[in-house]
Design a protein around this ligand. Structure first.
Ligand SMILES: [Zn+2]
Length: 215
């Protein structure tokens, strides 16, 4: 049986591949990611233009191309998300060693940030069932600590093939434990046929999807 996360992961990586970015466009994509990681917010067109030394027209064109490929989203010309980051507050927060943080689109994306940047992170996530904070510390490609210890990931794609930042990521969450997944599923029958993953497994999904994202 194909794991749900393999399908989702493939679709995210395919989207970047299918965008067929030329080297400059890919550099712009990476610039947006690095800026987002460093500041917690997306760069403006002007900021990107200064960093990559390209005219704003080229930046705008590339943003349009990335949006069409469903790699990023915009609102009124401002970048609102780019895999794996969100400018809008989500229940998934990646905290870096110096204390600054960035919102991730989903739990797998947050775990993937560790591999995309090669930086130690603390991933804080709110359990959809009880609202309590779950904390996962990743160091050197390993889960160093987790609180609560029974925390798991639950993934449910609304539509495997139309998986986008809006439709898919809100349904890849961490829960305090399997009991809270079951309680939440009972209350949300439309999302009850998802899959539960151990944190290590979810972390490997993050590595598979985002490990090469900035290479
Ligand atoms: Zn909970």
């Amino acid at each position: 049986m194909t794991r749900l996360m393999d399908t989702i992961g493939e679709s995210v990586r395919d989207r970047c591949k299918n965008a067929s970015l030329n080297p400059q466009e890919d550099e712009i994509r990476k610039c947006i990611l690095r800026f987002f990681a460093k500041t917690g917010n997306p760069p403006t067109v002007k900021e990107i233009a200064e960093i990559v030394a390209a005219p704003p027209d080229v930046i705008n064109q590339t943003i349009r191309k990335l949006r069409q490929a469903d790699v990023l989203t915009t609102q009124a010309g401002v970048i609102t998300s780019i895999y794996p980051f969100s400018a809008v507050k989500t229940r998934h927060t990646v905290v870096f060693a110096d204390g600054h943080s960035v919102n991730a689109l989903c739990a797998t994306d947050a775990l993937g940030v560790h591999f995309m940047l090669g930086e130690d992170i603390t991933f804080r996530s709110l359990c959809p069932e009880c609202g309590c904070e779950i904390s996962i510390v990743l160091k050197g490609g390993r889960v160093i600590s987790r609180d609560p210890t029974g925390a798991v990931e639950y993934a449910k794609a609304r539509d495997h093939y139309g998986c986008t930042a809006e439709t898919c990521c809100p349904h890849i969450n961490l829960f305090c434990g399997r009991d809270h997944v079951d309680q939440w599923r009972a209350k949300n029958p439309a999302f009850s046929d998802g899959e539960v993953y151990e944190i290590e497994e979810a972390m490997e999904d993050g590595r598979m999807i985002f490990g090469e994202f900035l290479k």
